[in-house]
Design a protein around this ligand. Structure first.
Ligand SMILES: [Cu+2]
Length: 188
């Protein structure tokens, strides 16, 4: 690269980083969660919301963790009456948009757990993007009750499953969970 051009790109870079701290990572993670499983359970799932602050579509292509032998990106979907899971090659995060990994949809599948996940434990992951970026993530292990009401921020009812049965189910769970949480915090 000619020196002059090199200098101008350095200046550009410096300007960009001054105006935006997000230069290092344009992907923001929120609401990380790992599902607690009973001892002996062979697998569990992890969830997170990725927000893309850049003008380019980004792709989550891999997830690494020492907490399980195998970590894969999956999607859950209905096949007739049955919920099935499938491995996917990537999850797209649209420019200035979000990708939500959540129960019943995209998730991080952990198979062969190194040790049982206890509620409150923190599990470490590395999210690998298609452009080579590696994003560290730490996710708390959540109880079944917490998972029942787990809903990523910014997710509204209209984004959810449109079957009315599911809606009613979710609502009643959410209501129960509120009470459960209050009881929990009173005990602790
Ligand atoms: Cu799965």
């Amino acid at each position: 690269m000619p020196v002059k051009q090199f200098i101008s790109s350095v200046v550009l870079l410096a300007t960009a980083s001054a105006s935006s701290l997000a230069l290092a990572s344009t992907i923001e993670l929120s609401d990380p969660a790992v599902r607690a499983m009973p001892p002996g359970a062979p697998a569990s799932g992890a969830y997170v919301t990725l927000t893309n602050h850049s003008d380019q579509e980004r792709f989550l292509v891999d997830v690494e963790s020492d907490a399980a032998d195998t970590v894969e990106i999956h999607i859950s979907k209905m096949e007739g009456e049955t919920m099935v899971m499938e491995r996917v090659p990537h999850i797209a995060v649209p420019a200035h948009g979000q990708a939500m990994l959540k129960p019943g949809g995209y998730h991080i599948m952990m198979i062969g757990l190194a040790k049982p996940f206890k509620v409150g434990d923190q599990v470490k992951f590395t999210l690998v993007m298609k452009n080579g970026e590696r994003i560290p993530m730490q996710a708390p292990v959540m109880s079944p009750e917490q998972m029942a009401s787990y809903m990523p921020a910014g997710m509204s009812m209209k984004h959810m499953d449109h079957s009315t049965m599911k809606h009613d189910d979710m609502k009643s769970h959410a209501g129960h969970e509120m009470k459960d949480k209050d009881e929990h915090s009173a005990h602790h």
